[in-house]
Design a protein around this ligand. Structure first.
Ligand SMILES: [Zn+2]
Length: 426
């Protein structure tokens, strides 16, 4: 029997009625300072979420990343998963949120861990990134229960650790344990902040690499007798600036990355060091060593092999054209891009839900940075995954981070509608 419009109204009414409860729950979570690094108070926060899941009728399980290098007696890596089965086990929709937060940093005018509620906003580190998202996930499912709508498939909500540092003891761990897999999961929504009406369908790739140039030391009054590693790094930087950067700027992904500037391939120079330390006593020497670290963000259309190949070619050409230029290239980190496949049900469902709740079309975008989506796609093998949740992405990691309470309520309604649809209830 399909869900009626009256039943949907009852679900929305249950969310409105739970607003204070949702605000309190979010504020309480913010008061647990789950700062990463080093990964403080994870166990406490996992159990806090677990108790609420239990109150909301979920079967709760704690999954500790035993054996993982980051899991230590002082900083245990504890994840929590709640499952509520409907009339059938499948389809199963999994909603995930990470409960680690980045350090508060400077510039706050309120207590970053005070959970202050003022002027329709909840303030504190992790409100939008992404404890409000965890609240939205739990209460979207709970409102369906309170409205007395019987679920067909099942809904799962997880709170995980370490997303800010790569998610290896969190979402990657759950996927490796088979707790999140194509065998048991049909759709995944990561409730990261996406400005209430955006759906993030993946992210660009990341390639961090280090280039070292080696020269030959000589007296600084006769630099022609040496080989300057700094000058040679300058040759490479010049090629990057004159040739590579304009070429990257011309490449635009078909994926609508927001903000618009991030639709292109980019390269940033993270740092550079060469020759004598600037603050030390100076002696007249030609620099025999220079190192620089680069952050190349590549498009799904480019692919990693071509991205790296282009860098190698640029370096090779610099070496060919410049006498005595010797370089080394070292890969530091590679994250391949992910993209939700066209026609994924999680996307079309959220599009419909956003239109129905907000009365405007959803904006499909890809994230400029990387997040746990990659583990769901690559390790769990569930490509039917997106990020959608309350909070303004730009406020993430900023001082005076906040989440607008009305956004939290609206996003929870969107999620509730999509849970109904993705579990086959609607
Ligand atoms: Zn986040």
């Amino acid at each position: 029997m399909p869900t009626t419009a009256q039943q949907i109204d009852r679900v929305f009414a249950a969310i409105d009625a739970a607003t204070d409860e949702m605000v309190d729950f979010t504020a309480e979570m913010v008061r647990i300072p789950t700062v990463n690094p080093p990964g403080d108070a994870y166990e406490e926060c996992a159990h806090f979420i677990g108790r609420r899941l239990d109150d909301c009728g979920f079967a709760v399980e704690y999954l500790t990343a035993e054996g993982h290098a980051d899991h230590t007696p002082t900083h245990p890596r504890v994840n929590v998963v709640g499952l509520r089965e409907g009339m059938t086990k499948r389809p199963r929709v999994h909603l995930n949120g990470h409960f680690d937060v980045v350090p508060a940093g400077a510039g706050w005018t309120v207590d970053p861990f005070g959970g202050l509620v003022r002027d329709g906003r909840i303030y504190g580190r992790g409100t939008c990134d992404m404890k409000a998202g965890i609240t939205a996930a739990i209460y979207a499912a709970e409102a369906i229960r309170r409205a007395g709508v019987p679920l067909v498939g099942s809904v799962e909500v997880s709170g995980t650790v370490d997303e800010e540092s790569g998610g290896f003891a969190g979402m990657a761990w759950l996927a490796q344990q088979g707790r999140l897999s194509a065998d048991r999961t049909d759709a995944v929504i990561i409730t990261e902040p996406t400005n209430t009406d955006r759906i993030y369908t993946g992210h660009r790739g990341v390639y961090w690499f280090e280039v070292t140039t080696r020269g030959r030391i000589a007296h600084g009054c006769m630099p022609f007798l040496g080989v300057s590693a700094i000058e040679h790094m300058g040759v490479i930087l010049d090629q990057i600036r004159r040739e590579l950067m304009p070429a990257l700027g011309e490449r635009t992904t078909a994926v609508p990355v927001k903000p618009d500037g991030a639709r292109h391939a980019t390269i940033n120079i993270n740092g550079i060091a060469g020759g004598q330390p600037i603050d030390g006593i100076q002696t007249p020497c030609v620099a025999d060593l220079c190192r620089a670290v680069f952050d190349r963000r590549f498009l799904v259309e480019e692919g990693f092999d071509a991205t790296r190949g282009e860098i190698v070619e640029l370096l090779e050409r610099a070496a060919r054209e410049t006498p005595h230029l010797i370089y080394e290239l070292r890969d530091l980190m590679v994250v391949h891009p992910v993209r939700t496949p066209d026609g994924a049900s999680v996307v079309s469902s959220l599009e419909r839900s956003i239109q129905q709740v907000l009365g405007r079309p959803a904006l499909l975008a890809a994230s400029p940075g990387t997040y746990d989506h990659k583990h769901v796609d690559r390790i769990a093998g569930v490509p039917n995954c997106v990020a959608y949740g309350p909070g303004i992405l730009d406020l993430a990691h900023q001082p005076d981070e906040y989440c607008v309470i009305d956004d939290l309520v609206q996003s929870t309604k969107v999620l509730a509608l999509s849970i109904l649809e993705l579990t086959g209830t609607l």
